[in-house]
Design a protein around this ligand. Structure first.
Ligand SMILES: *Cc1c(COP(=O)(O)O)cnc(C)c1O
Length: 384
C-alpha cells in the first residue's frame, strides 16, 4: 500500500473472484492444465498475490513475458512451473536455468544461449520450442523448424536441456470463426508431429489463450494459457460478456472525490475548455489522470459512478485529475467515484472505458499506474 496517499484512489483486487474465475476456466478446459498468465504485474492486478491465488485455485503453471518477471516470482518463493517467453540476446539465461524456469526458444540464437547457460551452470535447462503457426510475431517459422528441432534434440541427447514443451500463439482467437484459427491449428499439429517424429517428447503442447480457451475446445491440448479471462474480463465484446462465461471482473478502481463546487453557466472546464457548462451546475473533481493510466483519449467520454449516477468526464483528462459535471447534485467531498468494477452496483466496467477510449479492456486494467495502491481482498482461500 502507498502510505502517502491512502485515500486518493485505490484499485481493489478481489482474489476470491480471481480464484472462482480460475475454477470456471479449468472446468471449461477440463482435460488440460491451466497456466495463469501473470505478466505485466498480472495485467495491473499485482503479480504475486494473483499468482498465489491462481495456484490456490488449481493453476499448475505460471506464465510471464520477461525472464525478470519470472525470476521475481521465483525470488518471492513461488515454487512449481514458471514459464517466460520474451527473450533478447544476452538475457538472464543462466539465472533462469538455475531458478528452474521453463524458457522459450524461437530461434537458433536463443537455443545457443540456453545451451551455453546450462553448460556453464552444470544444469539441464527446461526449454519449450515456440512455433510461429501464423501469428507472425515471435516463434519459429515452419521452414526453419527442422533446423531448430534437430539442434534442440542434439542438445537434449547431450544432456544440456530437456524439451519440455511445444507451443504457439493465436492471432485472431477473439474473432469467432476467423479462418486463421483452424489454419493455425493445422500448422501447429503438423509442427508438433514433426518434432515428435524427431524424438521430442514434450510434457505440454499448448496454443490456447483466453479467447481460445473459452471458444475453441479443439485448441486446449495439454495446457491452456489464460490471462484476461482470469481477471474476469472478456477478451472482446463480440465474444460475449464476462457473465456469459461465468467470469467476474477482479479489479474495482475507485477515487475519492476531491472537491464538489458550484459553477455558473458558460464556464469552461479543464485544459483547452473542450467542455463548457450550459447551466449553473455542480462539478466533481476526480483525482486520477493519465499518469495513473486513465486514458487521455477518453476525455469527454469516460464514465464514472459518483453520487448514485453515472457521469461522463467533462473536458480533458489531465495528468492527475479530471472533472465530472454533477448536474446540480452535491455528493460529499470524499464520496466514492467508481471508474470501473464488476458492474453490478451500477458502476461502469473496464469494457465501458475501453469503448470510450477506442481500445481493449486489457489495456485499461494493465495501464493503471503504480501511484494507485492495489488493495488485495480475500487473499485467504478458506471460505471459497
Ligand atoms: C499474454 C499472453 C497470453 C494470455 O493472453 P489472454 O488473451 O490474456 O488470455 C497467452 N500466451 C501468450 C504467449 C501471451 O503473450
Amino acid at each position: 500500500m502507498n502510505e502517502t496517499a491512502p485515500s486518493r484512489a485505490r484499485a481493489e483486487i478481489d482474489l476470491a473472484a480471481l480464484r472462482a474465475n480460475v475454477r470456471a476456466l479449468r472446468a471449461r478446459a477440463s482435460g488440460a492444465q491451466l497456466m495463469a498468465v501473470v505478466k505485466a504485474d498480472a495485467y495491473g492486478h499485482g503479480a504475486l498475490p494473483c499468482a498465489r491465488a491462481a495456484l490456490d485455485a488449481g493453476a499448475t503453471w505460471l506464465g510471464t513475458a520477461t525472464p525478470q518477471e519470472a525470476l521475481a516470482l521465483r525470488g518471492a518463493g513461488i515454487g512449481g512451473r514458471i514459464m517466460c517467453w520474451l527473450w533478447t540476446p544476452g538475457g538472464p539465461w543462466r539465472e533462469a536455468v538455475e531458478a528452474d524456469l521453463d524458457v522459450s526458444v524461437s530461434g537458433m540464437w536463443a537455443l545457443r544461449e540456453a545451451v551455453a547457460a546450462a553448460t556453464a551452470a552444470g544444469r539441464t535447462a527446461r526449454v519449450q520450442l515456440k512455433a510461429d503457426t501464423g501469428l507472425g510475431r515471435n516463434g519459429c517459422q515452419p521452414a526453419d523448424w527442422p533446423e531448430l528441432v534437430c539442434a534442440a534434440r542434439a542438445a537434449e541427447e547431450a544432456g544440456a536441456l530437456r524439451i519440455t514443451g511445444l507451443w504457439s500463439h493465436f492471432a485472431c482467437a477473439d474473432e469467432p470463426g476467423h479462418p486463421s484459427i483452424g489454419a493455425q491449428l493445422t500448422v501447429f499439429r503438423d509442427m508438433v508431429a514433426y518434432a515428435e517424429k524427431e524424438g521430442v517428447r514434450p510434457e505440454v503442447r499448448h496454443i490456447a489463450n483466453s479467447p481460445a480457451t473459452l471458444t475453441v475446445p479443439d485448441s486446449h491440448f495439454d495446457l491452456v494459457r489464460t490471462g484476461i479471462a482470469m481477471y474476469g474480463l472478456s477478451p472482446s465484446p463480440e465474444l460475449g460478456t464476462p457473465a456469459d462465461f461465468g467470469l467476474r471482473p477482479v479489479m474495482t478502481l475507485t477515487a475519492s472525490t476531491a472537491l464538489v463546487k458550484e459553477v455558473p453557466p458558460g464556464h469552461g472546464i479543464s485544459y483547452g475548455h473542450h467542455y463548457t457548462t450550459t447551466t449553473g451546475t455542480t462539478l466533481g473533481l476526480v483525482p486520477l489522470g493519465y499518469a495513473d493510466g486513465i486514458p487521455r483519449h477518453a476525455s469527454g467520454r469516460g464514465p464514472v459512478l459518483v453520487g448514485g449516477a453515472v457521469r461522463t468526464v467533462a473536458g480533458r483528462v489531465a495528468m492527475d485529475q479530471f472533472v465530472v459535471d454533477l448536474g446540480g447534485d452535491r455528493p460529499e467531498p470524499g464520496a466514492d467515484a467508481v471508474l470501473f468494477g464488476p458492474g453490478d452496483r451500477g458502476e461502469p466496467t473496464a469494457e465501458d472505458w475501453a469503448a470510450a477510449a477506442d481500445t481493449i479492456a486489457y489495456e485499461i486494467v494493465t495501464r493503471i499506474g503504480t501511484r494507485v495502491p492495489r488493495i488485495h481482498l480475500h487473499a485467504a482461500p478458506e471460505r471459497d
